[in-house]
Design a protein around this ligand. Structure first.
Ligand SMILES: C[S@@+](CC[C@H](N)C(=O)[O-])C[C@H]1O[C@@H](n2cnc3c(N)ncnc32)[C@H](O)[C@@H]1O
Length: 199
């Protein structure tokens, strides 16, 4: 399926993204937050990659939980455009410190950072669960089953092995899967999954 068109960006959101990128450039000199891409490509490859998920979010105000947020992708970027509570889970203490400072500098009081392992974090039932470059679907599905509120959706961007991952993870689970092409990576697939239950 084709992703819904990008939503319009408010001035406030655009300012928040600029603040994020400036902070990222500072912090990334000390800790590796977003990998080896040149700074000039961050907006196109990292921000846009996260931003395109906005159109897949349910139209509600239930919490969005982002697992393994790292440098804030996609959690902080999505938080810049929504008012629902956003919970970022990141076990690396230095990355969590960055996420806290970035949320503060971006003026986002609706963001909570959990500097913990996913398994240990006290999280509210999620209307939306996201995870990018964290783990295989086999690992993510049990988290999604445990963390999603009834009717909630899991949004997992995946690389070129997306279908293989899905085939390996599917036995033992009932779920409803939608697939979307990525606008930033021709080989990637974005899964939106709901109704995840053990069979
Ligand atoms: C490869 S990075 C991806 C970061 C970000 N989502 C992105 O797309 O750039 C995975 C992140 O998940 C964190 N992580 C891995 N296992 C975790 C766990 N069990 N609980 C919380 N964070 C975890 C790591 O510290 C790391 O920052």
């Amino acid at each position: 399926m084709t992703l819904p068109p990008d939503v319009d960006v408010s001035r406030e959101t655009s300012d928040r993204i600029d603040t994020y990128l400036a902070l990222l450039a500072r912090w990334n000199q000390r800790i590796n937050l977003v990998g080896p891409l040149p700074v000039s490509q961050w907006r196109a490859r990292h921000v846009e990659d996260s931003w395109q998920l906005l159109g897949l979010l349910p139209d509600d105000e239930l919490p969005l939980v982002d697992l393994g947020s790292g440098g804030g992708l996609p959690g902080l970027i999505l938080a810049a455009a929504v008012t629902r509570p956003v919970h970022l889970v990141e076990s690396d203490q230095r990355k969590s410190a960055f996420l806290r400072e970035a949320a503060r500098e971006m003026g986002m009081t609706h963001v909570t950072v959990h500097a913990q392992r996913i398994e240990a974090a006290a999280l509210p039932p999620a209307g939306t669960l996201t995870a990018r470059a964290l783990a295989s679907l086999k690992v993510l599905l049990p988290h999604a089953h445990r963390l999603l509120a009834p009717g909630g959706v899991a949004i997992f961007p995946k690389g070129r092995n997306a279908e293989v991952e899905l085939t390996e993870a599917a036995p033992g689970w009932h779920m409803s899967v939608e697939r979307f092409g990525s606008r930033t990576d021709a080989e990637a697939t974005i899964f939106r999954i709901r109704d995840i239950h053990p069979v």
